[in-house]
Write a new protein. Sequence first.
Length: 451
Amino acid sequence: MILDENGNSECAARYTMPHAILSSPREADWYDEVHRLSGAPIFLINGGGYFAPDGENNYLSLIRLINSIEDVRPLGYMIINIPLDELFSVSNTKDANYSDICVYSGHSPVLQFSNSMLAQYFSENAISELFALKEKEAVIGGDKYLLLSLQNSSLNMHYFSATKFASYSSEFKPFLLICLFTVLISTSLFLLIAFCTSHFVTDPLYRLSAAMNKTEQGDFHPAYVTSYKDEIVRLQDAYNEMVDKIELLLSAKISEQKKLRNAELKILQEQIKPHFLYNSLSGIAYLITDRQNTTACDMVISLSEYYRESLSKGSEVISLATEVNIVKNYLKLQKMRFPDRFEDTYEIGEDTLSLTIPRLVLQPLVENSLYHGILPTGDFGIIQIRAYRKNCFLMLHIRDDGVGISPEQLSDIMDDTLESNRKSFGLRGTVERLQIFYDDKSIYQIISAEN
């Protein structure tokens, strides 16, 4: 439709021509806006009130100014009217079970829902609330709908769509079934692969690893984790062969160490015997030289009794009671040599007398207290000997009130070997014998201080 300023028009229509209500464009509300836009279009419903609606059907009107091509003078107006029912027919389907649409211009509906329940829901709710929503789930007429809205500011129009959730389910049901079937097949394959991997690879390797960890604790039993002829059984056979060789080497080493330990123990014991004998014979010689023949005779008799006890028919271990008697005979010999120089006291628990210890353990330590502790003071001294049980240990204490020794000197003595420091033979030799016999480096403790 082409209009001039006086309302005269030329029309062409495919459908029924709209009926004009106003007599000229000057009476329309859009007159000033169209002139201001100078040719740009505006969109209004029913020409912004210029046309009457066709019953319940409305028109979407495109209105713009027509200018002269010679002097750009306004000549008239072009109005294109599109029936809204035709415009939205593609979306507003007859099957409202799927989806439905409505359009509002301002606060008035220009296209209602074809579904009566939806139309009633929109009529019963406030327009401001409907315009504010962007997305909403609502139960209408017992069905659950997804409501969406879109605003077109340039046309001052709101579009609303309503889609049943059930329609999504029916439309995507085949796709969902295919996805579910694919997931089930994939999960089954994954579980099958995981089971096979666990049964044929992971579990055998785990058991083989557990067997290797036991090897660190001294368990050298072969591991049989699989019977299949694969790479794991080769690894299993290689491990078993290695374990067999290690066990053979350890057995040979243990046997060798036992022989060496026994040999060292015997050597140390034999070294201690002449050490005491030399000292005793020196004492007897001194008494004879000093014309103390009676004392020297008693000393010879005591020495014979001492050796009768200490030899113990060649046994490497003797009872604590026998060891204490050896010490008493030894100190009896020393009292003959050094009269009125020392006193010996004993606190021996009755429950310890039957316990067995390596032969000649107390005597070298008592000798060390006498020669390196009490005699150098030039005064009278006391040697205390104690034996008692503590938990599962036998505690032996030898104590004297002699000159003592500095920590530095004690460290030097204990760090030296028997070959490099013969002066500390009695103390160092006894410590080494106990360490070899009990296979424990921390079996002793020495506490001493000068003066």
